[in-house]
Unconditional design. Structure first.
Length: 173
């Protein structure tokens, strides 16, 4: 097979973020970049080790899609930091970090609409989660229908072609 006639690029692999930020190192022969040790690029995808990164202080937020374990309906998109994740695992009930209130938020603690966590899943890159839950109350959303009952999901509206919103399921009266 003939070699391509276009210039070949040298692919560099960096051991960590600090090495990447420092840029390519030069070898002893004229400052050309050298190939660094290639990391196992699939480590997070195939390890049995939990590698969630909540940052050095535990405050980095990780998105969590919350789904009904039985219907698979998406109920909520929220965030957890290390404290919220640990509390979810300890208590067995969905606990998030409220970005608006800047505090721990155990879903349903005041409304009674708790979400019992049946399973926690993690994506391939270990940077987002899915909580599969069994709702313990009347709904999952803080928004209320005209009769005062919560919506079962925070995703109770769709965007029409003209950009306006309409209820997916008509609200109860």
């Amino acid at each position: 097979m003939a070699e391509p006639d276009w210039p070949r690029r040298r692919i560099l692999f960096y051991k960590d973020a600090a090495a990447f930020q420092a840029g390519p190192r030069a070898d002893d022969s004229g400052g050309r970049p050298i190939r660094l040790e290639q990391p196992d690029r699939m480590a997070k995808e195939h390890t049995t080790e939990l590698l969630l990164d909540f940052g050095p202080d535990g405050r980095t937020l990780v998105p969590v899609v919350t789904q009904d374990a039985h219907t698979r309906d998406v109920l909520i998109l929220a965030f957890v930091n290390k404290e919220a994740y640990d509390e979810t695992r300890r208590s067995g009930y969905a606990t998030y970090w409220s970005r608006s209130r800047n505090e721990l938020w155990k879903k349903g603690l005041t409304s009674g609409d708790m979400l019992k966590v049946e399973e926690v899943r993690i994506n391939c890159e270990q940077n987002s989660l899915v909580f599969l839950v069994t709702p313990q109350g009347r709904g999952a959303c803080h928004a209320k229908q005209p009769d005062g009952a919560p919506y079962k999901s925070c995703y109770y509206r769709r965007v029409r072609d003209d950009g306006t919103l309409e209820d997916v399921v008509p609200p109860r009266r």
